[in-house]
Design a protein around this ligand. Structure first.
Ligand SMILES: *[C@@H]1O[C@H](CO)[C@@H](O)[C@H](O)[C@H]1NC(C)=O
Ligand SMILES: *[C@@H]1O[C@H](CO)[C@@H](O)[C@H](O)[C@H]1NC(C)=O
Ligand SMILES: *[C@@H]1O[C@H](CO)[C@@H](O)[C@H](O)[C@H]1NC(C)=O
Ligand SMILES: *[C@@H]1O[C@H](CO)[C@@H](O)[C@H](O)[C@H]1NC(C)=O
Ligand SMILES: *[C@@H]1O[C@H](CO)[C@@H](O)[C@H](O)[C@H]1NC(C)=O
Ligand SMILES: [Zn+2]
Ligand SMILES: [Zn+2]
Length: 544
């Protein structure tokens, strides 16, 4: 028997270490994107804006924008004085990269950790975006960004998406004069608007998306705060001002909303990806149709000159998604996790109520999907659940909302909707991390058992094949609860490893006794009953 131990040892070790590595992915890197969700209906009221211009200045950090009373962006400062609107900081999450930043803005959820398997370069799973709900979307910019939203558009019915991207040759040329990238976008937009003026004036629910890569390129090559970066910033902000004038000239109906922001910031040394404030704090300026000129009361102000100051608001990056949807009267994308910043809208109480309710139902749809999946397990009646949103309480809230609608008490509709949204987000976190703690425990036990096994090997104890009753018990649990094979695998992992470790001690083929099984089932149950808590890393207090 000893002769065989040597070879088996290698196989066990290889398999175990590969599995251990995989456990990280199963426990932490799981996609938040739920598939097969039903979208909500468009809002049944006239939207405050007919078109929305989203301008993303790639890699522009808040510090560069707000520096010295906005002296880096004189044209925009002038615009802010004329147009008012809202100014503030949008908080991004890590990794502060272009793809996750744009997805947070346009699809409303943060990084899909499963994208690590693709080097953060693309999303393995399809998702919904604001563009899919619009009548038309016109976008200009770098191919790398635009293709994210082309790929995810399941069916580009009637050619609703029109993308105009420059190729990598221009990318390369842009490294000398990075602002040429932005000038390219501005001139294409100008051309397009002038050419299609007549058609464009007739359609509503349209997005114009301008992706300006110049500042990101300049930041990487020259570093922010250098003269060359500031030159690029000056050209870009002057271009934005000009584009705004052009839009107003072509669309004279005062029904255009504008949002200027960026996908992520940049450090002084010209990098991004991590969680420094320079990377996670991006500026936003929004103005035009449907945008308030005053939001909630804040104590932070930014001076424009000696006698003008503007309040500085804060927002989570993903909140842009429901905001843009609401401005055009559209439902938020189905995978959105952002909450509508209601004080940013200048609309009637009824409109706010309907937009908030739509947002709440859109979030609830994701929660219901998770709850249904959990409840489809045969043993779920034994397991803890998220009490605040059980089926009966969901139905109660729904009928409460209906009643409030019936008597046109829109304040109450809004209040209930916001409560529902907060509970829903918590509930989504609860079910998405339901098996995290048991998985963590199982991996730890497997690791400890492995160490014990190695220890036994060193002492040249006798080895035997494994066979266990707990194994069957956990298999039964996984099947009855309809867990995915990955989760099942890692819940089961400690058993073979433990029996490897323990069999040596008992020195024989005696099957496990009933007492031992009970103890082991106890820890599994204990692990499962460890109510998982959502780890919300909201550092900033954002008012909705
Ligand atoms: C999207 O990509 C496909 C090919 O992947 C291409 O044929 C199509 O024209 C693209 N659509 C837009 C709007 O760019
Ligand atoms: C809201 O919009 C109306 C016009 O639609 C405007 O008269 C009013 O000043 C705006 N209010 C704020 C606070 O922006
Ligand atoms: C910016 O504001 C500060 C006060 O906050 C003032 O001292 C300074 O002169 C202003 N600079 C410009 C360029 O307006
Ligand atoms: C809505 O909530 C706010 C604060 O949360 C409260 O002041 C207000 O009275 C509520 N309105 C209604 C109609 O419930
Ligand atoms: C699990 O089972 C083994 C025997 O297989 C037993 O020695 C051990 O005490 C049990 N409990 C725990 C918590 O490992
Ligand atoms: Zn970027
Ligand atoms: Zn970059």
């Amino acid at each position: 028997m000893h002769s065989g131990v040597g070879n088996i040892w290698y196989i066990y070790a290889t398999v175990f270490h590969v599995l251990l590595l995989g456990s990280i992915f199963v426990t932490y890197f799981r996609s938040p994107v739920i598939q097969g969700l039903k979208p909500q209906q468009p809002l049944p009221r006239e939207a405050p804006a007919k078109r929305l211009v989203l301008i993303v200045a790639d890699g522009l950090r808040a510090q560069s924008f707000f520096y010295e009373n906005l002296s880096n962006v004189p044209n925009l400062r002038q615009l802010i004085k004329e147009q008012q609107g809202l100014l503030g900081i949008s908080h991004t999450r890590v990794p502060t990269e272009s793809r996750p930043g744009h997805i947070a803005l346009i699809a409303g959820f943060y990084e899909d950790p499963s994208a690590v398997t693709r080097g953060w370069k693309e999303n393995p799973i399809e998702f919904d975006t604001i563009f899919q709900h619009a009548r038309r979307t016109y976008a200009w910019g770098s191919h790398d960004i635009l293709r994210i939203f082309n790929k995810s558009s399941r069916r580009d019915v009637e050619g609703r998406l029109t993308f105009d991207a420059y190729n990598h040759e221009l990318d390369f040329w842009g490294k000398v004069k990075s602002y040429e990238l932005d000038k390219w976008v501005f001139s294409r937009v100008e051309d397009f608007l002038k050419r299609k003026r007549k058609i464009l004036q007739k359609v509503d629910k349209v997005y114009f998306f301008l992706h300006l890569l110049g500042l990101d390129t300049a930041g990487h090559i020259h570093k922010p705060q250098t003269a060359l970066f500031l030159e690029n910033l000056f050209i870009t902000e002057a271009g934005i001002y000009k584009i705004y004038r052009l839009f107003e000239q072509i669309f004279e109906d005062q029904k255009t909303a504008y949002i200027l922001t960026s996908d992520h910031g940049m450090t002084d040394s010209g990098s991004h990806g991590a969680a420094q404030p320079h990377e996670t704090e991006t500026p936003f300026y929004m103005w035009g149709a449907g945008i308030n000129s005053k939001s909630y009361s804040t104590t932070k102000y930014i001076k424009l000159d000696s006698n003008t100051a503007m309040p500085l608001y804060e927002i989570e990056q993903a909140q842009m998604t429901p905001l843009m949807s609401a401005l055009l009267g559209l439902p938020p994308p189905v995978n959105n996790l952002g909450i509508l910043p209601r004080y940013f809208l200048n609309v009637s109480d009824e409109y706010i109520a309907r937009a908030a309710e739509c947002n709440a139902y859109q979030l609830l749809e994701q929660y219901k999907h998770l709850l249904k999946k959990h409840k489809s397990g045969v043993l779920s009646f034994l397991l803890p659940e998220y009490e605040a949103l059980s089926w009966p309480s969901i139905n109660a809230i729904k009928s409460y909302l209906k009643q409030a609608h019936f008597v046109e008490d829109y304040q109450t509709v809004t209040n209930i909707s916001y409560n529902l949204m907060e509970m829903t987000l918590e509930g989504i976190g609860y079910y998405q991390s339901y098996y995290s703690m048991p998985l963590l425990l199982a991996t730890t036990v497997a690791m400890l058992s492995w160490t014990k096994y190695l220890f036994n090997l060193l002492n040249l104890k006798k080895m035997d094949s494994l066979e266990s009753v707990e194994f069957k018990a956990i298999v039964a649990f996984c099947i009855l609860q309809k867990l995915s094979w990955q989760v099942s695998l890692y819940l089961l992992l400690p058993i073979p490893v433990m029996s490897l470790a323990l069999r040596d001690e008992t020195q024989g083929l005696t099957p496990l006794t009933f007492g031992q099984i009970k103890i082991n089932i106890t820890w599994i149950c204990a692990a499962c009953c460890f109510t998982p808590k959502q780890s919300q890393n909201n550092k900033v207090e954002v008012l909705y």
